[in-house]
Design a protein. Structure first.
Length: 202
């Protein structure tokens, strides 16, 4: 889910030091048109037609330790089965991690949670093949869609609260790292914004 043009993109960019890795980049809008976009490597489980793109699983990134100054997790943690693994991989390849994830329970009633279930997809499209075809039709940059029967990722697998997300971070963040997080209401929507950094004082 990428709701284009919302101010959280500005927050993400302001906290991104290059070279950077955009994990789960999807259509690439977070850094599209940014003056430092050429220093951003994008990666996703699906194959997209982006410059500096690598197709890979966020749980097993094919990059060196500390290869990037920043790793960005923009609306990906609600889609993955093992968010701890994704965060730890982002920590491994970078010195800071920037996270944005929906706080759906705080969305206004006219902006219902943007959550696709397998049942919803089947009802609307008939089957997953039709859904994947429609995804490609909507975005010409999408070259290959990995089946959700192989690796669920097109749907929101979980919903976060501030408490549950803080518990996730406390379980995941290791010694030598610090994090801060906040709730930010943006129009009808609400998001958790989290910044993780290696503690330079240790």
């Amino acid at each position: 889910m990428r709701l284009t043009g919302l101010p959280r993109f500005d927050w993400i960019r302001a906290n991104t030091h290059v070279p950077a890795l955009d994990i789960g980049c999807e259509d690439g809008k977070v850094f599209q048109g940014w003056e430092l976009e050429r220093y951003v490597v994008r990666c996703d489980i699906d194959r997209w037609n982006h410059p500096n793109f690598v197709q890979c699983d966020a749980q097993e990134l094919p990059f060196r330790d500390d290869q990037f100054r920043t790793a960005v997790l923009g609306e990906i943690l609600e889609h993955v089965r093992y968010p701890e693994k994704v965060i730890r991989e982002a920590m491994r390849v970078s010195r800071r991690v920037v996270i944005s994830t929906p706080l759906e329970n705080d969305w206004d009633s006219n902006a219902l949670p943007h959550k696709n279930t397998m049942q919803d997809i089947t009802k609307k499209y008939g089957n997953l093949d039709n859904f994947y075809h429609s995804e490609k039709q909507r975005n010409a940059n999408l070259l290959e869609k990995v089946s959700d029967l192989k690796e669920p990722h097109s749907f929101h697998i979980r919903e976060w609260s501030m408490d549950s997300f803080r518990e996730l971070m406390e379980r995941t963040v290791k010694d030598g790292w610090i994090f801060s997080m906040e709730e930010r209401k943006i129009g009808n929507f609400a998001f958790i914004l989290c910044l993780m950094k290696k503690d330079e004082n240790q």
